[in-house]
Structures are given as structure tokens and as C-alpha cells.
Design a protein around this ligand. Structure first.
Ligand SMILES: CC(C)(COP(=O)(O)OP(=O)(O)OC[C@H]1O[C@@H](n2cnc3c(N)ncnc32)[C@H](O)[C@@H]1OP(=O)(O)O)[C@@H](O)C(=O)NCCC(=O)NCCS
Length: 180
């Protein structure tokens, strides 16, 4: 599929239904969720309803013509002193990966979060988790995210020793953070 940045429409939450019927949007979304979650996504119904699109939760869809080629979700946890914005379900269609759309999606999600919940010098902390088995840590690093680590020196020393010994948890989940 040939894609030029200017042909991509960025659609937020229920606006997707202005571009295609509800059933079609759900079908396309379900396909992308199956790329991300495998069989889990095919076993469960995918419902894009107003319940999911509310003041504290938004989904971005990247549209190329009438195809959803990427999607991602942001949710606000209005915590003191720094509100957290959780990013979930980031996926770009396998046919158009490595063309810059993932980076575009992350930028759009970040800008939407600031527009909706930032302002008045309020810093937001973007946060997401990824499974190292997916081997996409480099993607988040390039987008300016850093792995949240316990910075206390005994913990750092212990980690270095364990790394040196070749110990690594198979299912270790990494939390990535970025202040905006
Ligand atoms: C991860 C994913 C969203 C990246 O989207 P993409 O459109 O292929 O990424 P882009 O083309 O925008 O790449 C942006 C930058 O990240 C880098 N990058 C992309 N995927 C990478 C990876 N797996 N590892 C390291 N770097 C990566 C690119 O090289 C590029 O770097 P550059 O700007 O220096 O050239 C996409 O591959 C995907 O949907 N994967 C399957 C689902 C998934 O793993 N989602 C994340 C769940 S945690």
C-alpha cells in the first residue's frame, strides 16, 4: 500500500462513525486488535461505543482512504501531583509498518492528551507498558520514552550483577514514561 503523510486523516473517538458504518469500524478495529493481542482479540467482542469514548478516554484512528491503518488509546488518571496519561493498544497495520505511521500516531496521541488534559503549565506524565518479547522497546525509545527504573543505588548494583550473570525475567514488563 502506498501512503503519503498528507493522505492520512487523524480521527478521534466517535468521529470514526462519520467515516464508516459502526459495524465496519468495529470489524477493522478488531483486525488491528488481533494483530496486537492475537487470539484474545478474536474471542472477545470489540465494541466501539460511547462508553469507551468519554471525557477521560480517547482513541485515535489513522485513516487512509476508508481503512483504519493505525490506532491507539489514551486514558487519564488525574493523580496528584502529576496526572498520568496511560497509552494503550498501539498498533499499525502490518501492511504499512516502518513508514513513519507509528511515530505519527504517538505524536498525535501526545498532542491530544495535552489539548484535552494539559495546559496551565500542568505537566502530564505519559506512561505505557510493553512486553520485551515484542521487541519494540527501540520504537518507544526513539519517541522519547525512557524506561522507568528504580534509581536507588543498591537496586542499580543488584540489577547490574544480575545482568552480568545473564539473569533476565522472561515476562518482565517494562514501564515507559515521558513528561509532556
Ligand atoms: C511498534 C509499531 C507501532 C511501530 O510502528 P511503525 O509505523 O512500524 O513505526 P515507524 O515507522 O513510525 O518507526 C518510527 C521509528 O521507530 C523505529 N522502530 C519502529 N519499530 C521498531 C522496533 N520494533 N524496534 C526498534 N525501533 C523501531 C523506526 O526505525 C523509526 O526510527 P527512525 O525515526 O529513527 O527512523 C508497529 O510495528 C506495530 O504496530 N507493531 C505490532 C503491534 C505492537 O507491537 N504494538 C505495540 C504494543 S506495546
Amino acid at each position: 500500500m502506498e501512503i503519503k503523510p498528507q493522505t492520512i486523516k487523524v480521527v478521534v473517538s466517535e468521529e470514526i462513525f462519520d467515516h464508516m458504518p459502526k459495524a465496519e469500524a468495529e470489524e477493522q478495529y478488531k483486525y488491528l486488535m488481533s494483530v496486537l493481542h492475537g487470539r484474545t482479540a478474536t474471542c472477545r467482542p470489540v465494541v466501539l461505543s460511547t462508553k469507551r469514548f468519554c471525557e477521560s478516554e480517547h482513541t485515535i484512528f489513522l485513516l487512509h482512504r476508508n481503512i483504519i491503518v493505525g490506532t491507539g488509546q489514551i486514558s487519564l488518571a488525574d493523580t496528584f501531583p502529576t496526572p498520568h496519561v496511560y497509552i494503550n493498544n498501539i498498533v499499525i497495520s502490518p501492511f504499512v509498518q516502518k513508514l513513519g505511521l507509528g511515530a505519527r500516531l504517538m505524536r498525535e496521541l501526545s498532542m491530544l492528551a495535552v489539548r484535552k488534559w494539559g495546559g496551565d503549565d500542568r505537566t502530564l506524565r505519559l506512561e505505557l507498558t510493553n512486553n520485551p518479547n515484542k521487541k519494540n522497546a527501540g520504537f518507544y525509545y526513539v519517541q522519547g520514552f525512557r524506561a522507568r527504573a528504580d534509581g536507588r543505588w543498591p537496586v542499580l548494583v543488584l540489577k547490574q550483577v544480575l545482568n552480568f550473570l545473564g539473569w533476565k525475567a522472561e515476562d518482565e514488563t517494562v514501564v515507559w514514561v515521558k513528561e509532556v
